[in-house]
Design a protein around this ligand. Structure first.
Ligand code: ADP
Length: 281
């Protein structure tokens, strides 16, 4: 089915991103609460139509590790992207001072499944793996959003902004246009260090110094109280030589993932508590 603006009841704003706002909406015809992202683009109708066509592949395959896509439309030069509403919010607002190891392992597990699905089923690399693009619901599910399905959309956005906290792998900073799956593996590792320790691990007040540190310094590590398996997983993801980083299949077999696979971690309780303490801050 196609979604139109006049079928939506607008609710509160959920957040502001780099390119526009995200708003909670209610789709009356289907009784579904959705999150609607407004993306401002100065593009002609042909380019906007191309974006809608490219997004259409998202209707064809779904995964429990990817935020569901409900549909998109444009009004004037804004694209409105309607997706599954994730009621605990994004990981950057949930990690607080850091998460326990078993929660980190489950988050890593879901992210790996999501990234592997994108690669195997849709042949796409995410290109923007970071805590803001990992959404959580109060059932404890962890899902990826904001991946580069639409080449046209990605191109239009790339011209706009590069952000001030870099999750870019060293090879991306050093050589333009080298991007492979292994760059996403770096971003995954870096995101997990941030989630584990409660803060972005590089200096943050000087973009040049930050990029220099990513290239020249030793990769960041987890806080010392994490297990040997956890440390090993992170140092595998954060190998500075991209060719030395493991694949998603290899990472899914890593002891850090295996160790907690049969452990019933109450992710729902964690998500609800994290969301609550975020609301009171
Ligand atoms: P960015 O441009 O920084 O990636 P977004 O524009 O994607 O940010 O999102 C802005 C904020 O809106 C996020 O930080 C998140 O808290 C919220 N948000 C985005 N998508 C959803 C969703 N599907 N469900 C609930 N909240 C969302």
């Amino acid at each position: 089915f196609k979604i139109k603006m006049d079928e939506l009841e607008l609710k509160e704003e959920l957040g502001k991103g780099q390119y526009g706002t995200v708003q909670k909406v209610f789709h009356k015809a289907t009784n579904v609460v959705m999150a609607m992202k407004e993306i401002r683009l100065e593009l002609d109708e042909a380019k906007l139509n191309q974006i809608l066509m490219e997004l259409d592949i998202l209707h064809k395959s779904t995964s429990p590790f990817i935020v569901e896509f409900y549909g998109a439309f444009f009004i004037e030069s804004c694209v409105y992207y309607c997706m599954e509403y994730m009621d605990a919010g994004s990981l950057d607002k949930l990690y607080g001072d850091g998460v326990p190891e078993e929660v980190l392992s489950k988050i890593a597990n879901s992210m790996l499944h999501g990234l592997k699905f994108l690669k195997d089923e849709l042949s796409i690399i995410h290109r923007d793996v970071k805590p803001t693009n990992v959404l959580v619901n109060k059932a404890g599910q962890v899902k990826l959003c904001d991946f580069g399905v639409s080449g046209q959309l990605a191109n239009s956005l790339a011209k706009t902004n590069i952000g001030c906290q870099s999750y870019m792998a060293p090879e991306r900073i050093q050589a333009v246009n080298t991007y492979s799956v292994s760059s996403d593996v770096w971003s995954l590792g870096l995101s997990l260090v941030e989630v584990a320790g409660g803060k972005y691990p590089y200096i943050n007040d000087n973009m040049f110094a930050q990029l220099k540190a990513i290239i020249d310094e030793e990769p960041p590590k987890l806080p010392s109280h994490f297990s040997e398996e956890a440390h090993s997983f992170i140092s595998d993801c954060l190998r500075k030589d991209a060719t030395q980083r493991p694949t998603y299949s290899q990472l899914l077999q890593h002891p850090f993932i295996k160790k907690y696979e049969d452990v019933d971690v109450d992710m729902a309780a964690w998500a609800v508590a994290a969301n609550l303490s975020r609301a009171s801050h």
